[in-house]
Each structure stands twice: as structure tokens, then as C-alpha cells.
Write a protein that binds this ligand. Structure first.
Ligand code: NAP
Length: 163
């Protein structure tokens, strides 16, 4: 099962200068809870924005560069077909595709599940989620987030399964 997981603002913004445009610890906690112990697949640029590989997860970086230098514990995938092969080799567990925009656009056609965080605010940035045709997706779970001192924007978690 291939699952996309991302957070977007009300304009579909997802990134700014290689980083997330917001600070929303509740979303980070949900991301960690869902992905820990699993395979995470990310674009070369998203990986470059991390200080280190995501702990307690098997990190895969998508890149066309044959001579890309990665830490020894990080694996490379060359194309979307390789993600599908990875998913087929692990039929009982989700493969989380964690961004960014270029990777989401490439993988969306073969994804089975979407974990979307919608932040109901507007931010500045330079990277947007590609258009998703939600007529192809069934909302299976919706959870409104708690706004508090640490999480200052209204947000919700929406999960979709391909129809
Ligand atoms: N809000 C969120 O949930 C979220 C999640 C993740 C990332 N982000 C943000 O998104 C931004 C980065 O996104 P981005 O779109 O610029 O870059 P990206 O998708 O992270 O990485 C793009 C790179 O991935 C590789 N790649 C992409 N598609 C490929 C394919 N089909 N086959 C092989 N390799 C492929 C290529 O690497 P090579 O050039 O090496 O071939 C490409 O240059 C950052 O600001 C980050 O913070 C936000």
C-alpha cells in the first residue's frame, strides 16, 4: 500500500525554501506516530532539508542521480516503478511517500491512500501540492485538530482511500 502524507495550507502551499512554512507540533506528532517503524520515501530535495535521516524508519530517497551520495543507512530509489516494487515486497505494510511536490505529483497516480493535514491559514512559500482530483478519493476519516498555545492555527486531519 502506497500512502502519501503531507500538510498543506488553505492555498495548497507545502514548502518554503526547502522547509515547512509553519510550526505545528501536533502535525509533526501525527506524522511521527503514523510513519515510525515503516518505510518512508522522499525526494532528494526534501531529504536535503533534513538534518539527518528520520529515526526508527527505513529512509528511501528518490533521485535520478546514479552517483548521489547518501548516508549508509539511507537507500536510493531511481523511479516510481521502484517504489511500486518496494510496496509489492511489503504487502502488509504501508509505504509512506512523504514529499515533496515533485515526488507527490509522480506518485499520486499509483497511490492507494492519502493522509492530508489541512491548515486553515495562509503562509508564504514556494512549493505547492499538485492538484488532487478528490472525486477519485473517498474520505474515510476526518479529525479536527486542537488549537492551543503550541498549535496556533486551525487544522484538520483528513484520510482518503482511492475509490
Ligand atoms: N508540507 C509537507 O507535507 C511537505 C512534505 C515534504 C516536503 N515538503 C516541502 O517540499 C519542498 C521540496 O519539494 P520539491 O518538490 O522541491 O522537491 P522533492 O520532491 O523533495 O525532490 C525533487 C527531487 O526528487 C527526485 N525525483 C522526483 N521525482 C522523481 C522521479 N519520478 N524519479 C526519480 N527521481 C525523482 C529528483 O531528484 P534528482 O534531481 O536528484 O534526480 C528531484 O529533483 C520543501 O520545501 C519541503 O519542505 C513539504
Amino acid at each position: 500500500m502506497i500512502a502519501l502524507i503531507w500538510a498543506e495550507d488553505q492555498n495548497g502551499l507545502i514548502g518554503n525554501q526547502g522547509q515547512l512554512p509553519w510550526h505545528l507540533p501536533a502535525d509533526m506528532q501525527r506524522f511521527k506516530a503514523l510513519t515510525t517503524g515503516h518505510h518512508v520515501v522522499m525526494g532528494r530535495k526534501t531529504f536535503a532539508g533534513f538534518k539527518r535521516p528520520l529515526p526508527r524508519r527505513t529512509n528511501w530517497v528518490l533521485s535520478r542521480q546514479p552517483d548521489l551520495k547518501l548516508p549508509p543507512e539511507v537507500h536510493q530509489l531511481a523511479d516510481v516503478a521502484a517504489i511500486q516494487t518496494l510496496a509489492a515486497a511489503h504487502p502488509d505494510e504501508p509505504i509512506f511517500v512523504i514529499g515533496g511536490a515533485v515526488v507527490f505529483a509522480a506518485v499520486l497516480p499509483v497511490a492507494d491512500y492519502l493522509y492530508r493535514t489541512r491548515i486553515n491559514a495562509r503562509f508564504d512559500g514556494d512549493t505547492w501540492m499538485p492538484a488532487v482530483d478528490y472525486t477519485q478519493w473517498q474520505l474515510v476519516s476526518q479529525q479536527v485538530g486542537t488549537v492551543d498555545e503550541k498549535n496556533q492555527y486551525p487544522y484538520e486531519f483528513d484520510d482518503f482511500r482511492r475509490r
